[in-house]
Design a protein around this ligand. Structure first.
Ligand SMILES: Cc1cc2nc3c(=O)[nH]c(=O)nc-3n(C[C@H](O)[C@H](O)[C@H](O)COP(=O)(O)OP(=O)(O)OC[C@H]3O[C@@H](n4cnc5c(N)ncnc54)[C@H](O)[C@@H]3O)c2cc1C
Length: 427
């Protein structure tokens, strides 16, 4: 089931064979996981390592959700700065979440190293590049807050950011050296491999169409007419959530993030555009994020239309952004265009729900899920085994559908227009 424009530039590990074990209707497992992205697979891996019997059920092929389509920027932290988290959540819970968020990139790079995963990666940091002095003042404050909590970070002046990004579009920024880049498709497929080697069973191209209580556990049925039983269920469907859990889809706004990858850049440009290999994103409300990808291609992403794209013209705004940043890329061939879904919440905080005993879900990464969803697997697995809510870095909350969710396209369209205007006006 390959949608148009859903074939990213990313790579598949060598010697990769399909990890598909068909569902058996007689199956009973400790944990059933709906969704085989980073969240589902990391949870499967950690739960299987704890000796639990695990089944992952993925509607498409592994890697065809956001986890295999994203920009591969491994950025620790949340959209909110540490002091804002403490204000929102109080000292104890705020600091617990901050310390989890700060360590999420360590979880990704640590797993790659410890398990010798075949995942192209580079840990040279993430640059948040500021286009205005107002944005730079916020970045300086963010840098101060993270540095006070031990992050290896640097504030960048105009000359430094120009040297590091190769663009003269910025007045400054900050660098978080804990961050880096990975090939996200390789990471997802390699997580599937180690989850499977640890004993988790993975079924692809099976859509879970119903979850209901049965005895002390759960019965999951699929669109193909199969059913399995599980003591506990993780719904790791995030931005791809549909009607499986009442209210979940309506509690999120699923936006489209679009990406382009150029043809291989000439050596002279690779020496000037992000020569240090960092991940970068700008400080705009409607932001662009970019990096050098496999084979020396420049990869840039940003917001795209809410409906499914129809033609290459739907990526033109990103091509224009690329040339604004790097005039030398004018006329370069765009080799690939693709898109995926990002789940956003009204307060830009991820949501953890356990609407019933033994049913849990985390959703709403605001486009920052590579590090977070890989890192959450350990705590979720511990919670599944022990039932101990203290294992979880997020507080459990009820599912709260967003009022007027049906009109989200109109609302988002108006917001985007307004934010673009502010981005243009601000100095
Ligand atoms: C274009 C793009 C660029 C991004 N760039 C970055 C970035 O650079 N850095 C960053 O940190 N984050 C980025 N993100 C966000 C990041 O990719 C996500 O936050 C993260 O991958 C979410 O992982 P997940 O496992 O929760 O969800 P997913 O990877 O989306 O997995 C959910 C899975 O559930 C499956 N599913 C849904 N319903 C069912 C069902 N009923 N039955 C069975 N399976 C089902 C879906 O098919 C899907 O595979 C980006 C996202 C996109 C789309």
């Amino acid at each position: 089931m390959e949608l148009p424009f859903s074939d990213p530039i990313w790579q598949r590990p060598a010697n990769r064979h399909r990890l598909h074990t068909p569902l058996e209707t007689s199956e009973t497992v400790d944990v059933a996981i709906v969704g085989g992205g980073l969240q589902g697979l990391s949870t499967a891996y950690h739960a299987a390592c704890r000796g639990l019997a695990v089944r992952v059920i993925e509607a498409r092929r592994i890697g065809q959700g956001a986890s295999g389509l994203n920009g591969g920027q491994v950025i620790p932290g949340l959209k909110h700065d540490p002091e804002s988290l403490v204000r929102m959540l109080g000292e104890e819970q705020g600091e617990r979440l901050i310390s989890f968020a700060a360590g999420t990139a360590d979880a990704v790079f640590g797993l790659i190293e410890d398990r010798a995963l075949d995942v192209p990666n580079r840990r040279n940091g993430w640059i948040q590049a500021c286009h205005t002095h107002t944005a730079l003042a916020s970045a300086a404050d963010r840098h101060r807050q993270w540095q006070a909590r031990g992050a290896d970070a640097a504030l960048l002046n105009a000359a430094e950011i120009s040297r590091m990004t190769g663009s003269t579009a910025y007045v400054g920024g900050w660098l978080n050296r804990r961050a880096g880049v990975v090939d996200p498709l390789s990471l997802t497929l390699e997580l599937a491999r180690i989850a499977s080697e640890a004993g988790a069973l993975i079924a692809e191209e099976e859509t879970v169409s119903g979850i209901r209580r049965e005895g002390g556990g759960w019965r999951l049925s699929t669109a193909s007419g199969k059913a399995i039983r599980a003591k506990k269920v993780v719904v790791a469907t995030n931005a791809y959530s549909e009607a499986l859990v009442p209210g979940l889809r309506e509690s999120l706004v699923a936006l489209h993030s679009f990406q382009i990858a150029t043809a291989e850049l000439p050596a002279s440009l690779l020496e000037t555009i992000l020569p240090g290999g960092q991940a970068a994103s700008d400080s705009r409300r409607i932001l662009n994020y970019y990096r050098i990808g496999p084979g020396g291609r420049f990869v840039l992403g940003g917001r795209g239309r809410m409906s499914v794209p129809k033609s290459e013209a739907d990526w033109r705004h990103l091509e224009r952004s690329m040339v604004r940043l790097y005039p030398a890329l004018e006329g370069i061939r765009i080799e690939r265009r693709w898109f995926g879904r990002v789940a956003v919440t009204p307060d830009y905080m991820p949501r953890l729900h356990a609407p019933e005993d033994g049913l849990i879900m985390l959703a709403g990464c605001q486009g920052r899920g590579v590090a977070m969803m890989t890192a959450i697997g350990g705590p979720l697995a511990e919670f599944l085994q022990t039932g101990e809510a203290r294992a979880l870095p997020f507080l459990l909350s009820p599912i709260r559908p967003i009022p007027f969710h049906r009109f989200r396209r109109v609302g988002v369209g108006a917001h985007v227009g307004w934010y673009r205007l502010l981005d243009r006006l601000e100095r």
